[in-house]
Design a protein around this ligand. Structure first.
Ligand SMILES: CC(C)(COP(=O)(O)OP(=O)(O)OC[C@H]1O[C@@H](n2cnc3c(N)ncnc32)[C@H](O)[C@@H]1OP(=O)(O)O)[C@@H](O)C(=O)NCCC(=O)NCCS
Length: 185
């Protein structure tokens, strides 16, 4: 029989394995997404000092990856934002997954999928992002093309464009997508 102590040890190791990627529609989702951005872009990468909010946040849509516990939303473990600069031209930025959940369940890839597909459903014809160069292989695997190299915030980036053929329009981004479970070998 398991002792209480053993049960507690097990619960410390527990990590959720179900996630949903969606447009944020609650204040707690936005709050947690902004905290995650600060953790990643200010504390971890030190790209910005103190806060990474900018003018784009006044018009951008925030997307979140939310872990599920017992079928209920639990916490934001990933985020990205999208905005339209002009009719047909959309940008994605501030893609971040909590360090504890990276390469865990294709959370980043699913955020990219909903970012592009939900913009596609809203008239996007060109979807671009300034991608940190260490992530260019990830985006190439997801059918993005590098257009040019650039330096932003003192770091190497690639300007990249998504191939919309691989991103069918998503008309219900508030429901979004479940993150596919990683198969166990
Ligand atoms: C980049 C980032 C969002 C990726 O999120 P993630 O949830 O770990 O990525 P995923 O698990 O969805 O990756 C999908 C696949 O690409 C691979 N992959 C992930 N990051 C990669 C990278 N930088 N280069 C090459 N492959 C990568 C994964 O191993 C996985 O492979 P698989 O399908 O064979 O299992 C995450 O590493 C992160 O938040 N980094 C810090 C912030 C950052 O760099 N933001 C991006 C600014 S452009």
């Amino acid at each position: 029989m398991l002792s209480t102590e053993t049960l507690c040890e097990l619960s410390q190791d527990y990590r959720p394995c179900e996630f949903r990627v969606k447009w944020a529609d609650s204040a707690w989702e936005i709050t947690q997404a902004r905290r995650l951005r600060r953790d990643v872009f200010c504390d971890e990468q030190q790209v910005f000092a103190g806060d990474d909010l900018d003018a784009i946040d006044t018009q951008a849509k925030t997307l979140v990856a939310v872990s599920q516990l017992g079928g209920m939303p639990d916490q934001v473990v990933g985020t990205v934002r999208i905005h339209s600069e002009e009719p047909g031209l959309w940008w994605g930025s501030r893609l971040a997954v909590d360090a504890a959940f990276r390469q865990h369940g294709r959370i980043g890839a699913t955020l990219i999928r909903l970012a592009v597909s939900s913009a596609h459903a809203r008239g996007c014809r060109i979807f671009l992002a300034h991608v940190q160069s260490q992530n260019t292989p990830l985006f190439k695997r997801l059918h993005w093309q590098a257009l040019k190299q650039e330096s932003l915030h003192g770091r190497p980036h690639d300007l990249m464009q998504a191939d919309l053929v691989h991103y069918p329009p998503c008309y219900d981004p508030i429901s979004g997508y479940p993150v596919p479970r990683r198969s166990v070998a």
